[in-house]
Design a binder for this molecule. Sequence first.
Ligand code: ADP
Ligand code: SF4
Ligand code: MG
Length: 308
Amino acid sequence: MTDLLTISGLTVRFQLRDAVVEAVTDLDLTVRPGELLAVVGESGCGKSVLAHALLGLLPANATVTGRAHLADGPVDLLRCGEKTLAKTIRGRRIGLIPQSPATSLTGVRRGRRLLAETLKAHGRDPGLADHVAEQAGLDPADLHRYPFELSGGMAQRLATALALAGEPPLLIADEPTGGLDRPLVEHTLDLLRSRCDGGAAVLLITHDLAAAERVADTVAVMYAGRIVEHRAADEFFRGPGHPYSRGLLNALPDREFRPIAGHPPMLTALPEGCAFAARCDRVTAACARRPTGTVACHHPLTGAEVLA
Ligand SMILES: Nc1ncnc2c1ncn2[C@@H]1O[C@H](COP(=O)(O)OP(=O)(O)O)[C@@H](O)[C@H]1O
Ligand code: SF4
Ligand SMILES: [Mg+2]
């Protein structure tokens, strides 16, 4: 099937007074209709910046280059301009469940009115508000509240309902399970999965590998602004190729429950070679050159050593 979204060479830089933040670098990704692609990685590796770049939501100190081609009424998201993004893309063709929705929801309307207006703006029956709230796991009784009266988990579910209102063919869910307890995490993940099974594409951004394992078709691992591994989810969870991916998996409670030692590098002072070198137990002199490929590593894991 043809790709719905094709991102090539996406690069985002933030200009600070005396430094440049290399937030996303030369990122290539594709998503097909019906595919759930999980973008995973530790905090600060550029996942939310990726989402915001696609939707034109970055602040003025950002410079974005590359291409992000959305098929079906083709458009390059990085070049089409704010007017097109606002009128025809955001909410209609791409829905966003933002990270920290409690801060992005406007406080002046009650949840039901917010949802009904959003449904109406997308040409749907405003009377569906309760139904869409329920789909998102939000008790319709809570729709009478103002956003500021909602708990973090309720705000998360309202944001999910708002993103579903336009039935967008592509949904970007940025940490959609943050602040939810386990049953609601599962409800939200199953909801995303059911969107895909209905033909939509979902970009699930998460630091929660267990969430990705439950629902993803494909996994892309981000480290220091780059994709370091990208492959089918079943292969990935059976045996990742990148030492960083193995570290993420070994940190899971049902595996070794052992976090990766050290911290990601500063994005204002990235090394020339492999950005993971300072934390990697396989590093050699070759790693001073930047690795490329679908597993961006000079010494990828193979066979039996994969989960050793
Ligand atoms: N407006 C900004 N100005 C400067 N740096 C920023 C800005 N927004 C994000 N960053 C930096 O970009 C990097 C990636 O952030 P982000 O995409 O939010 O990470 P995450 O993977 O946790 O979602 C971080 O180092 C963050 O500090
Ligand atoms: S390229 Fe080298 S330092 Fe980087 S992950 Fe691979 S082995 Fe480790
Ligand atoms: Mg984020």
